[in-house]
Design a protein around this ligand. Structure first.
Ligand code: HEC
Length: 310
């Protein structure tokens, strides 16, 4: 079992195991689900992007946070769980299943001691994971412990439910702005998207752009968070290349380079900017190479991979 989740579960006195799969995403997929489909498609995000640049940055920062395990603490963070794991692209996740956390697939017990020591209760009360599209217009959030304001609810999910550190203020505000920006009116015509390598590479480029924009605002705490999120995204992407280890090594190496740039963000932003520009060129080279390799974005490769594991 990779990472320390077993130990953590043992400490929490919980008799469940979360099998560590080669691909994080398999750790919370219902065995009954069409797993190949769940790994290669997602519901389309219905996000309204504000015209005002400051507000647009806030929403983009929130989008990074929503997809980042760095936001959450405890077992969730260690196993790669983010808001997006349960609320895929802001929707629900009918294929979500973790033994001991879920009842039927698509449900989760948000007061489970597995995720949280402060919020855990002793009852198993999984409820359906709601679609957040349109949530910004609601006046009551959640059913288990209803709360009447979105910032308060989101804060409680991060800090109490998943034991995240208190986030940088801009990250917390961004997350609320992102959730509030999920509206039906913004749904694209096509209800689902294919998860491709290009899609993932674009997401990395977008996160990099958010990093620079956050540095431009001299918000070092938020920039540090974005950098850690970018690093985790590289690790996740590497998991999609089990058959090309030399290619997959390039991503963790880029992650290590980011680690050396991290202290500069705090201490010497100009030097950080120069190092990041050089890093970005190396990322482009890696993306170029990886785009020619077979990966677990290819549905047939996924099916073979899943078949071999059973
Ligand atoms: C383990 C799965 C899981 C994760 C991770 C998760 N949620 Fe949820 N979320 C749920 C469930 C289940 C509910 C319903 C809770 C209830 O009914 O009380 C919910 C409810 C919500 C609601 C209220 C929606 C409504 O219409 O009432 C919001 C907003 C929300 N989550 C945002 C987030 C954010 C932001 C994150 C990341 C910080 C997050 N969630 C992470 C499972 C999850």
């Amino acid at each position: 079992m990779a990472r320390t989740s077993l130990l953590l579960l043992a400490l929490a006195g919980v008799a469940i195991t979360m099998p560590a799969e080669a691909l994080d995403d398999l750790n919370w997929l219902s065995p009954d689900a069409d797993r190949a489909a769940a790994l290669t498609t997602a519901p389309a995000e219905c996000l309204a992007r504000p015209a005002d640049p400051g507000q647009a940055w806030r929403v983009s920062l929130g989008q990074v946070a929503f997809r980042s395990p760095a936001l959450l603490g405890g077992l969730a963070a260690r196993s790669g769980i983010s808001c997006d794991t349960c609320h895929r692209n802001g929707h629900g996740n009918p294929a979500f299943f973790i033994a001991g956390v879920s009842g039927a697939p698509g449900t989760a017990d948000v007061t489970s001691a597995i995720f949280s020591q402060t919020r855990g209760d002793d009852t198993v009360n999984p409820v359906p994971i709601p679609d957040l599209t349109g949530a910004g217009a609601k006046t009551s959030f959640g059913t288990v412990r209803p709360t009447h304001d979105l910032p308060g609810f989101v804060h409680s999910v991060m800090v109490d439910e998943f034991q995240g550190q208190e986030p940088a203020p801009a990250v917390a505000e961004g997350l609320v702005a992102y959730v509030a920006g999920l509206t039906r009116d913004a749904c694209p015509a096509e209800p689902s998207v294919r998860l491709t390598f290009d899609h993932a590479a674009r997401e990395l480029a977008d996160t990099y752009a958010v990093l620079l924009a956050t540095m431009d605002r001299d918000d070092r705490k938020a920039a540090d968070f974005v950098l850690r999120s970018l690093n985790l995204a590289l690790g996740r992407l590497a998991q999609r290349f089990p058959g090309a280890p030399e290619a997959a090594d390039a991503l963790p190496a880029l992650g290590r380079d980011l680690g050396t740039i991290r202290p500069l963000i705090r201490d010497d932003p100009d030097a950080a900017r120069r190092s990041l520009a050089a890093w970005r060129k190396r990322l482009d080279v890696a993306i170029q190479i990886l785009s020619t390799r077979e990966s677990l974005f290819d549905r047939r490769a996924v099916e073979r991979f899943l078949g071999a594991g059973r």
